[in-house]
Design a binder for this molecule. Structure first.
Ligand code: RBF
Length: 346
């Protein structure tokens, strides 16, 4: 059973719910295992959240006697802590699942107020809270793969490619992992192919405005970018439109996004957020998730990769570039090229 709620209705209930916080453990008393998924944003258009919900749902379907409620927190980030608090204090959920690097800190505050609550957080890191388990992906590897691919494209004979080794990165917003890991690793990957390469880094300012994304990317192309990595949620559709109009190329990030814009999205890294969520949710239902610990998964765990097998990739990208990407993945898997994910600061 799956239900989707909006956050605003829940927020009205917070004072009453907090009064009953002591009863939060009661969810465990009925026979079903009840899961609440808190989506910090909206599901549609953000591959990271689509995979989160799919992973939880798959675990629930397989194990049985499990309910799933999806609550979309929306784009006003200042309301997320209240939203999580109302979910936890209501005591209806045996497990709250959420995702993004800002959520561990929010969940820790909520967990301290509601000691019975348990949290599984994807795409975040917190190693020492006894009510929280986190799973982070090695974005140093992932963004390096994208930068390396951008370098191969911008120095290729592919259509729409100019002389300058200039490539783009559009981010929904700035945050520590974006500024300190993704952007530098993307630059490092580009540098490995084109030492004179340059990254044009732009920020959309939200995770939904495809119209504004289209304008920004059009300007990036006018300034010489011939391939753009897009990490902007619903804004990604604007990146695709601008690139299609101007005959340049897009790199997708969280899931294998070739079908989003066949022929425009020419390369895609991906993380197995769906698989990691599925496995961890299943473990939680079975009482086996190690709360109080944090994991980082990467290329060697087959949790981060670059999809060179999709027919759209093979049609649009010269075979030599595909071979270079496969060789790079091999070097990462074997440990010849080590790109450890820095443990994020809180
Ligand atoms: N990524 C999305 O695709 N959609 C979002 O709505 C979204 N919201 C975010 C909000 C915050 C506060 C932060 C720190 C990150 C957000 N991300 C979002 C980025 C996401 O966590 C992840 O870094 C990227 O998807 C790259 O893997």
């Amino acid at each position: 059973m799956k239900q989707t709620f909006s956050l605003s209705a829940l927020l009205l209930l917070i004072p009453a719910l907090l009064a009953f916080a002591a009863g939060a453990g009661e969810a465990a008393e009925d026979s079903s295992f009840d899961i609440g998924v808190f989506v910090p944003g909206v599901v549609d258009g953000s591959p990271t959240y689509e995979m989160l919900v799919a992973g939880v749902q798959q675990a629930a379907d397989e194990v049985g006697d499990t309910t799933v409620a999806v609550i979309e927190g929306g784009f006003n980030q200042s309301t997320w802590e209240e939203g999580m608090m109302s979910m936890a204090a209501g005591g209806s959920y045996d497990l709250i699942v959420t995702s993004n690097p800002s959520m561990p800190e929010i969940a820790a505050t909520v967990a301290d107020a509601v000691p019975e609550a348990r949290f599984l957080i994807l795409d975040g890191y917190l190693s020492d809270h006894p009510q929280i388990h986190t799973i982070l992906f090695n974005q140093q590897e992932q963004a390096f793969l994208c930068g390396y691919f951008a370098g191969l494209v911008t120095t290729s004979e592919m259509s729409g490619v100019n002389e300058a080794a200039r490539v783009g990165l559009l981010a929904g917003q700035e945050y520590p992992i974006m500024n300190e890991v993704i952007l530098p690793a993307y630059e490092m990957g580009l540098d490995a192919i084109a030492s004179d390469g340059q990254v044009d880094f732009r920020v959309l300012g939200n995770w939904y405005d495809a119209g504004k994304a289209q304008e920004i990317v059009a300007d990036m192309v006018a300034q010489g970018s011939d391939v753009v990595l897009t990490i902007a949620g619903g804004g990604n559709q604007g990146t695709i439109s601008a690139a299609r109009e101007r005959g340049v190329h897009v790199i997708w990030y969280d899931d294998a996004g070739y079908d989003q814009g066949p022929g425009v999205v020419v390369g895609s890294s991906f993380v197995r957020q769906d698989v990691a969520t599925y496995e961890a949710t299943r473990a939680a239902i079975q009482g086996e998730l190690p709360f109080g610990t944090a994991r980082i998964l990467g290329v060697a765990d087959e949790a981060v990769s670059f999809d060179t097998e999709h027919p759209v990739f093979q049609q649009n990208v010269p075979a030599a570039i595909g071979a270079e990407m496969e060789a790079l993945l091999e070097r990462m898997k074997s440990g010849e090229l080590e790109l450890p994910m820095p443990v994020p600061r809180s």
